[in-house]
Design a protein around this ligand. Structure first.
Ligand SMILES: Cc1ncc(COP(=O)(O)O)c(C=O)c1O
Length: 397
């Protein structure tokens, strides 16, 4: 069959990780060893208390039908509201301010469909997770890039956005803790962003997928902690990274009722909710949050410290991120991001992602992910550092 795909599909670049996966399998079929620091997908299993809760819930036939509530079953939303209260000190009305979602990616995509008409502007960080920009394009909107650079702590400079753009913008995407830079936002930045959104009448979509992967005692804030945030904010949370549940496709959106309702209208016309047994498993996850999260944070913190120390031993100027399982590392002198990522892979067998996979402003960086699939995590880090030292000598920054 020779039927052309819709133009919206033809306009998007290939999903960056697909290319990386293809390159990796090519090297593997050539018999090469690949030390994989590429995709950010937790390598550890989902905790037993979640799997057990799913098993029990799946055996209850009540969970087998459509979730007719549309927003999520009451017990799931109540558990989320309690969590938001305990973790962030934020009061949430479970009936009107929470929407269950099929992984946060789904909701991040659909919030754009809820608000963007052709010609509307969306303020999108660069570098960033690709979903914000692609969905904007699909809705006929224009993504206005907000560069994230090291001098600004990888926070967007809102004052640099031209007044004409502010007037046309309807959505502003933020993502803290940040993929790919590993940067975090403190409450003062969120307060500034909320003030900006209220002044220019736009909605902030804060992607909090990495909110619980944090180190050294740091507790990333929620934008909803800022007074007045519910008027103009929706925040997207996920079980994926916190509880090693990427394949389960479960998360929640939380924010002002009007915004949550708009998202629900889209969802009710696209999907029929999250499997109710998975929502019940989500409740079990949140009930065990405290003991679980300190364990999982410790696992990544050990890897982070080993990788940072190893790269620093090569004179690579990297600093430990406060959150996320990513290390955003500057490329050595004389290389572009893509050239260096290729050199790492081809010469040293080390797979990282070129910064430009996340946007033009990712030039000059590669992203290391600490989600190491190999059995021996710390050994893999050690071998990667050794391989770079041996096969790419004389790098300088
Ligand atoms: C920044 C960011 N947001 C959201 C997601 C989506 O996560 P999920 O749909 O599994 O909740 C990801 C996944 O990698 C991500 O990196």
């Amino acid at each position: 069959m020779n039927l052309p795909r819709a133009q919206r599909l033809q306009r998007i670049p290939p999903y960056p990780f697909r290319e990386v996966a293809m390159l990796k399998s090519k090297l593997l079929t050539e018999g090469r060893q690949v030390l994989d620091f590429g995709i950010g997908d937790p390598d550890m299993p989902t905790p037993g208390f979640v799997v057990d809760a799913l098993g029990e819930a799946a055996r209850d036939p009540v969970t087998h039908q459509y979730d007719e509530s549309g927003y999520g079953i009451p017990s799931y939303k109540e558990a989320i509201a309690r969590f938001m209260g305990r973790r962030f000190g934020v009061r949430i009305d479970p009936d009107t301010e929470i929407q269950s979602c099929i992984g946060s990616k789904e909701a991040l995509a659909h919030i754009v469909w809820a608000y963007i008409d052709p010609g509307d502007v969306v303020l999108v960080p660069d570098p960033a997770y690709s979903v914000y920009k692609v969905q904007t394009m699909w809705c006929g909107g224009a993504a206005f890039p907000m560069p994230l650079d090291p001098a600004g702590g990888f926070l967007p400079d809102l004052e640099a956005i031209p007044i004409s753009v502010r007037k046309q913008a309807k959505l502003l995407f933020l993502n803290y803790p940040n993929n790919p830079t590993g940067a975090v936002a403190q409450k003062d930045f969120f307060a500034e962003a909320v003030e900006f959104a209220r002044k220019w009448n736009l909605i902030i979509c804060q992607d909090a997928a990495y909110c619980e992967v944090a180190y050294d005692g740091f507790e990333p804030p929620s934008i909803l902690e800022i007074e007045g945030a519910k008027e103009c904010c929706i925040e997207f949370h996920s079980f994926s990274k916190t509880f090693n549940m990427t394949g389960w496709r479960v998360g929640w959106a939380v924010g002002g009722r009007e915004i949550v309702d708009a998202l629900s209208v889209v969802k009710s016309n696209v999907d029929s909710g999250t499997f109710m047994a998975i929502q019940r498993a989500g409740i079990a996850a949140l009930e065990h949050y405290d003991e679980w999260v300190s364990w999982v944070r410790a696992q990544y913190q050990e890897r982070r410290d080993a990788l940072v120390a190893g790269l620093q031993s090569l004179a690579w100027p990297v600093q430990p991120p406060k959150a996320t399982f990513y290390l955003w590392a500057p490329v050595p002198r004389g290389y572009t991001s893509i050239d260096f990522a290729k050199a790492l892979l081809q010469e040293a067998g080390v797979l990282t992602i070129a910064g430009t996979a996340y946007g033009d402003c990712g030039e000059g960086f590669v992203r290391w992910s600490l989600t190491i699939q190999a059995e021996d995590k710390l050994g893999t880090i050690e071998r990667a550092v050794e391989a770079i030292k041996t096969n790419l000598p004389g790098l300088s920054w």
